[in-house]
Ligand binder design. Sequence first.
Ligand code: PLP
Length: 376
Amino acid sequence: MTQLRAYFDYAASTPIDPEIKQYYIDLIEQTWANPNSIHSFGRQSRAILENSRQLISTTLLCKPSEIYFTNSATEANNVVIQSFLKQGRVIISGFEHDSVLEISKGNPNIDITSPSSDGLVKVDAILELVQDDTVLISVMWVNNELGTIQDIQLLSQKLKELNQERAAKGLPRILLHTDGVQAPNCIKIDLQELGADLLTLSAHKIYAPRGATLLFVREGINLEPLIYGGVQESGIWPGTQNALAIGAFAKALEKSQKLENIELIQRFQTKIIEFAGQNGIKVNGSLDSRIPGNVHLSFKNIDQEELLTFLDLHGLAVSAGSSCASGSNKESQAVKYLDLSPEYTAHLRITFGRFTTEDEIVLLLKKLGLVFKKNS
Ligand code: PLP
């Protein structure tokens, strides 16, 4: 008898939506040529690329010329942070993705704000770190471990006021970048309302194949390239664009913004949270400001590796923390801010979404119940 398996690691990579998969397959024949070649084959590929840029701009309410493509969110985040570090100081939160945090290690021009124990970054705490030569604030929209939503709109409003005061003193304007990789499946994105100057989004978190990421850069902002080569993407990310992956990404982004299945996903979240409450398992992060497809749990007196192995053996794909840290013993970025007592020795990030079924939730709770029994 084959074992039932269930995937609860949507924050690492979502499964590919069958509709997007078919679109991707259909696009292969039209996108294999280099989109920068001027002959008819290249122009066909270029048309897909530019139509995708157009579709994305319509979806996010910005101009096509404000969208730049890279291959991964790690690349896009690096371009932003490293470019601004050449101009002045940068403020980040302590639980950013590694693609932001690793740059900050030992860098005297980075100021780090600690998230509160509810997994939220407080706007006032960020603004307290501003110095005369601060040029960028980068705070992730949805934390990839805890699923908590940061109030980027409020931050951008406060920053606008602050920037007016700074302009009067002749100080540089502070721009706002947000890593929104975990946001599109459950938050409506309106770039005019959001007010961020720069935004990173990635295909493999929104039911499309890996290999495409976008960086929104508001008109008038200049970024320094991180790598050098051709003039693709205005030199911000040189190298031949992956028109195939970008085509699927644009379609997936449009679909993500329909926010389908949100209520069902929310219902699953409530079930898991209730189960945790009944079994003495701690639920981490604000319950008021979080995406529906994430539950982050802490367990008492159980070994982290043992817990993950146990669940894996029982067919459950879950994660201990951020996906880039799995496979290593690296400490979670987010857990250290939670103020947990030392008896909480193991943590689980359970993430789910569009294709999660009721049966999978039943299986998850059954297996988590076994963990509870084992340790009580
Ligand atoms: N930012 C966030 C919030 C993420 O969750 C991830 C991936 O886990 C990344 C950035 C990095 O994305 P990529 O794998 O496309 O480099």
